[in-house]
Design a protein around this ligand. Sequence first.
Ligand code: NAI
Length: 289
Amino acid sequence: MNRIGIIGAGQMGSGIATVCALAGFDVRLVDRDKDQLAAALKRIKESVARRVARGQIDKARGDKALKLVHTGTAFKALADRDLVIEAVTESEPVKRQVLSDLVPHLGKNTLIATNTSTIAITRLAATTDRPDRFIGVHFMNPVPAMRLVEIIRGIATSDSTFNAIRDFTVRLDKEPVRVEDFPAFIVHRILMPMINEAIYVLYEGVGTMESIDKAMRLGANHPMGPLELADFIGLDTCLVVMQALNDGLADSKYRPCPLLVKYVEAGWLGRKTGRGFYDYSGDTPTPTR
Ligand code: NAI
């Protein structure tokens, strides 16, 4: 496997392109939006330059990696790829459309992987002509910094597809874990209910924002408190994952906290909007409740 295609040049697609190019893969990054492609190339250059400046890689390797990334807007550029990774917006209708538009352009042996966080791999696989060569490959954000990749098998994914993707992630210097296709996989299945519970603890007045975050930092040795972490991830993302767990597993323990719903309805989505559980407009974040 040497030629990689990536669809979606957002935060994740550009991060995946960076690690692939640094590992020596030939990368074609496709997006429908030229501005996103330009912004992605800028992010990739900055990420590589940071590694060179820190002495993690030499300049020649950085320059070589940058030459391996090509961008475009047409799926036909992906015809000769060994693997195409779909990393477009997290919307099932959008992903289904992208996959059905993509498939006619691909060679019959091309593997397809999706970076979805919440959509069933088996369901997305069924929109293609190759469910046996379809798999989930869930990178963590930011991709260059995070070692873990969850590899999710759909019901029809073949052993050879799984093995090829596992070997690919190892070549990227990542640590793969194998996951069966259940809502939110492993990391979010465990992490998001904890964050949701922290929001219930706030909602019920059991603790203040500061006491909740301090308690989990010092009492459970977590590097960030759950409310700080929720702001970092984005409250909209937290809500989408809780809704996927609630819908997919139909157990009331996954009910999204009404306070989380309110914050998202208000547009208070965390660090990215300047306000979530904390307000980020000043020098230090201040609690909003
Ligand atoms: P993003 O919003 O930063 O980027 C999405 C990109 O997809 C945009 O550049 C957009 O122009 C492009 N796009 C949308 N429709 C398209 C189409 N029809 N054809 C071609 N390009 C199209 O999104 P982000 O955060 O990079 O997420 C991408 C995927 O990765 C989602 O499935 C998300 O769930 C998953 N993911 C996100 C993580 C995160 O922390 N942001 C972490 C792990 C997975």
